[in-house]
Design a protein around this ligand. Structure first.
Ligand code: FAD
Length: 515
């Protein structure tokens, strides 16, 4: 072979120009490697889904006549390291030129570049042809790092792509319909059944056991529900448009109880993140389909539903990637609030009396999935209030979710959710007491704790911990305009009331694993 083309596990982009023409003497290289199964403890469904999707991708390439060298995890020649495996292949084909698509993770980018540098190997780099922006897009859109507002980025993207635009103005006269998108789910609303696949991946599951790969969470390897091929990914997209888009925006932030709502875990969310992050679907394809579908049904589907969705894909998703590449590698070490605690044990087994945390964690263990507000305002909020070290929080999010890849997980967790970047990504910390959880969910009605109480045996821990957070980070936030109201509420309380709340919080912090 004259050329070796590496395809990483999250580069399953069938529309890439690499695959548009048959080329002689090109060998495509794919590998299941221990370095990827082991850099963090992943959810079992995540490893199963990635390997199954990779195998299907390789099969599709082979059937189109491309030559693929696919290393399974248990292949004897597999060293477990991407670069060692590449070195072995280059020894076999010494005249071959190595070509790679730009990795999205700093970790892999660094590994490939330093290996090539040390071994005097030239890598020809190609774009992954997936994203709508370049790695350095923020440098072009913002003049300084002072206020990298997502809203500014999002409007730029809407204009640039001409999505939901009426000339130079946003369709409907507003850029943002967030105010309409914060409804609690009424008890009588029926949630559509989610489209779940039943992929039999038991051969991969057996291999993982044989190779001793440590994973977390629950899995049914004979019925893996995640899409593992482009055809399934397309089906999931079309199912979303048909059944879920009509209420996507309205109930985007809502959280439901499985006892009250069937399919509470999926609600009106698309669950397209795995298909997108593995690149089986492209972001442009997703938003174009959604907008086209809405245009056909615009008499039934309101604009806020589709705008809320478009914002997530062309706004948040591209924006967090920009933040990642703008601030890595330092971003990974940020801990502006100096939080040091361990993650409580209930993040791993859902064994807690706090119903909201129990539901969000149990669902994550069962499905490798939780939606945005569960991630941000339940598990993320609790970890931030309790002062957990962001390294532990990151490792948990990076492992447990089906869609977790560092370029998207890190800015969301360390930045948006834990404020560890000191406010680059969020203008204020996402902290809330039980009041918010009660407003947006049905969790509190069935909880051991009382959401209205701040002190006492049954007081919801979110309440006193919220004020503990406000109190201990006075220096960091007292000048923040968006926090000033909370500080004035705190200071209006009598000293003895404040003391009691702080004591309650301290009691909870000292006994975290029993909450
Ligand atoms: P939907 O609600 O249907 O939204 C549609 C799509 O928008 C998603 O598929 C996703 O591609 C995109 N999107 C929405 N919000 C974001 C966001 N904040 N950042 C980037 N893309 C977004 N998303 C990941 O893909 N991987 C992660 O590892 C990840 N970690 C997160 C950690 C925390 C603490 C938080 C608060 C959020 C995280 N998110 C992550 C963002 C978001 O929660 C998920 O993208 C979403 O829940 C995936 O489910 P869905 O496909 O049903 O999304």
């Amino acid at each position: 072979y004259q050329t070796l083309r590496l395809i990483l596990g999250d580069q399953l982009n069938a529309s890439h120009s690499w695959f548009q023409h048959q080329q002689k003497d090109v060998l495509y290289v794919m590998m299941e490697v221990a370095q990827e199964t082991d850099y963090v403890r992943h959810h079992r469904q995540k490893v199963l889904a990635f390997f199954a999707a990779m195998r299907n991708f390789a099969k599709a390439l082979t059937s189109k006549g491309f030559d693929v060298h696919y290393l399974r995890l248990d292949d004897e020649q597999n060293t477990g390291s991407i670069t060692d495996n590449l070195a072995a292949l280059l020894a076999r084909y010494p005249d071959a030129q190595l070509q790679c698509q730009l990795p999205d993770e700093y970790r892999l980018d660094h590994q490939l570049r330093s290996w090539a540098g040390a071994g005097n190997i030239t890598i020809e780099w190609f774009d992954s042809e997936h994203f709508l922006t370049q790695r350095n897009c923020l440098d072009k859109i913002f003049k300084s790092d002072d206020s990298l507002l997502m809203e500014t980025f999002y409007r730029h993207m809407r204009r640039r792509l001409g999505i939901l635009m009426d000339g130079d103005k946003p369709l409907g006269g507003k850029w943002n319909f967030d105010a309409d998108n914060r409804k609690k789910l009424p008890k009588n609303v029926t949630v559509p059944e989610p489209l779940c696949f039943a992929n039999d991946v038991s051969d991969i599951d057996t291999m993982l056991s044989k190779c001793g790969i440590a994973t977390l969470g629950n899995a049914r390897p004979q019925r893996l529900l995640w899409p593992t091929s482009r055809a399934q990914a397309r089906q999931l997209l079309s199912y979303f448009c048909q059944h879920l888009l009509p209420y996507f925006g309205t109930y985007q932030d809502a959280m439901a109880l499985p006892e009250q709502h069937q399919h509470a875990w999926s609600l009106f969310h698309s669950r397209l993140s795995f298909a997108l992050n593995s690149k089986m679907l492209s972001p442009l394809e997703v938003v174009s389909n959604v907008v086209e579908h809405w245009q056909q049904r615009s008499d039934e589907i309101e604009l806020n539903q589709v705008e809320g969705f478009v914002r997530q894909i062309i706004g948040w998703r591209e924006y967090v990637r920009g933040i990642y590449w703008r601030f890595m590698p330092n971003y990974k070490n940020q801990n502006q609030l100096q939080h040091q605690r361990d993650l409580p044990a209930f993040y791993w087994d859902a064994d807690t009396h706090m119903n909201c945390v129990r539901q969000a964690v149990q669902q994550s263990l069962d499905y490798a999935y939780a939606h945005h507000i569960q991630r941000l305002m339940i598990t993320g909020n609790f970890a931030l209030l309790a002062g957990v070290h962001p390294d532990h929080v990151d490792a948990w999010y990076l492992g447990i979710y089906i869609d977790a890849i560092e370029w998207v997980e890190l800015p969301n967790t360390r930045g948006m959710s834990q404020y560890a970047d000191g406010g680059i990504l969020a203008t204020k910390p996402y902290v809330a007491s039980a009041n918010y959880v009660h407003k947006m969910s049905h969790y509190c009605s069935d909880c051991y704790y009382q959401h209205t109480q701040k002190t006492g045996d049954k007081a919801c821990p979110f309440n006193s911990l919220y004020w503990h957070f406000i109190d201990r980070h006075q220096q960091a936030f007292a000048q923040n305009q968006r926090m000033s109201m909370m500080y004035s509420v705190w200071h209006k309380k009598t000293p003895s009331e404040r003391e009691q709340i702080l004591q309650q919080a301290q009691h909870y912090l000292d006994n975290m694993n029993t909450l």
